[in-house]
Design a protein. Structure first.
Length: 440
């Protein structure tokens, strides 16, 4: 898996991602503690609202930003967005009211909504080989998991010598370091899409996503992932500090256990995906999330919480990491940025549901009831994914064209039929293929 770091451009991009994630991890811990300082036992509701605002920015901004950024140099865009995020996050230590947290979170995550899909869509162009790209996905997941593991531990250590407000400075430094690393490489430009209006470019990725059966299944799995992740991210601080009466450092350690479980998933997935279908692997991950959430209904103390959170992290990583492989298979290269933006928006729409639900329901009905409700949501999503994503899901599909003209180059190798032209090739939704072929 580490062999792909021999490619200089990818190595710099991976390092930029890792440094940015470390900073973001410090901010995640600090944001939970800031919410607890401002709202006490109601911190879950405040944090749930703040994260819902984050998701709203992701859902609304990502497709629009991708449509406008189609003709902007990728390197310049990524560097500018990193620097914007570095400036915004420096305002968080100075907030004194809850509404100020909400405003800054919206501005910060609006910039991230433009940055992340652009970054994700660049990697398949840097690593065109599917095996390399699969390993890059696992390495990226590993970076996220190491952040989940190491950032809380670093935060716990730093909290012994500084207040949590100082953790936001680490976030800003992470974004600046990311920008510096991106400047040092030349990135492949996006393949120019055919001209479309802003509205059509904005909706392109959503149209491809919702017309592709495997991606409709992925959307359901996104909801299962969001249900498990929201329980951990929103309610760990309340569970550890209010229910168990422990200090801030134990909150960080519980979050690290979740990251550790997901890191194990990232380490085993490259070889597993060489042998087992993506659908089977991802549905198994959703199953682990369901059992983990059911276990959280009955967790008696902190000693049980750590292995339970690690198990949830394992399911989270298994269900989520292969998503990039599905996106890569499901669009032409020039349409990938739009499709990655659609995944970014739709997956975060799921978090927009589960984040406030985890926070508000936790405050109103208690954490056991909240975990039970989220388990039911994850179970329903897993069943839907199994139904929406066909078990037989080949890349090359035989299909017929009935509306293309005889001289169209796309059907040059097609056989004429009674109704049109018949041929087979790796199938994606595009201007020549508006709908998915119906199974025979």
């Amino acid at each position: 898996m580490l062999g792909i770091l021999g490619q200089r451009t990818y190595r710099h991009l991976f390092a930029a991602q890792a440094l940015s994630l470390i900073g973001t991890g410090l901010a995640t811990v600090a944001l939970g503690l800031l919410a607890y300082e401002l709202a006490g036992a109601e911190a879950g509701a405040v944090l749930g609202t703040a994260l819902a605002i984050k998701m709203a920015a992701y859902v609304g901004i990502a497709p629009i930003a991708t449509a406008f950024a189609a003709h902007v140099p990728r390197r310049a865009l990524l560097v500018c967005l990193d620097l914007v995020r570095a400036v915004i996050v420096l305002g968080l230590p100075f907030v004194t009211e809850i509404w100020q947290v909400y405003v800054l979170i919206f501005l910060l995550q609006s910039a991230s909504a433009a940055f992340t899909p652009t970054f994700q869509a660049t990697i398949p162009d840097v690593l065109p080989d599917e095996r390399d790209y699969t390993r890059a996905l696992s390495l990226s997941r590993l970076a996220y998991d190491l952040e989940s593991l190491l950032s809380p531990m670093a935060a716990a250590a730093l909290l012994t010598v500084i207040s949590f407000h100082g953790l936001f400075a680490g976030t800003s430094l992470g974004f600046v370091a990311s920008a510096v690393l991106v400047v040092t490489v030349v990135l492949p430009g996006p393949q120019r899409p055919e001209y479309r209006g802003i509205y059509e470019r904005t909706m392109l990725g959503l149209r491809i996503y919702l017309a592709t059966p495997r991606l409709r299944g992925l959307l359901a799995l996104n909801l299962a992932v969001a249900a498990g992740g929201a329980m951990v991210i929103v309610n760990t601080v309340v569970l550890v500090q209010s229910e168990f009466g422990l200090a801030q450092q134990w909150t960080a350690l519980a979050l690290a256990a979740f990251g550790g479980g997901s890191m194990v998933a990232a380490l085993v997935l490259p070889r597993l995906l060489d042998k087992v279908a993506d659908r089977t692997v991802m549905l198994a991950g959703a199953g682990l999330l369901i059992f983990g959430l059911l276990g959280a209904v009955f967790v008696p103390g902190y000693g049980w919480l750590l292995p339970l959170w690690a198990g949830l992290g394992l399911g989270y990583g298994i269900a989520q990491t292969p998503a990039g492989r599905l996106l890569r298979r499901s669009a032409a290269p020039e349409d990938r940025p739009a499709l990655f933006a659609a995944q970014f928006a739709l997956s975060h729409a799921c978090w927009l549901i589960t984040y406030p639900l985890a926070g508000w329901l936790g405050a109103a009905a208690g954490l056991p009831a909240t975990s039970a409700v989220l388990a039911l949501i994850a179970a329903g999503a897993a069943v839907a994914a199994a139904g929406l994503w066909p078990r037989h899901d080949p890349d090359t599909i035989e299909h017929e064209h009935r509306s293309l003209d005889d001289g169209d180059p796309h059907i040059a190798d097609a056989a004429r039929t009674r109704h049109g032209f018949h041929h087979a090739h790796p199938f994606v939704i595009d201007s020549n293929h508006r709908n998915w072929p119906r199974p025979d």
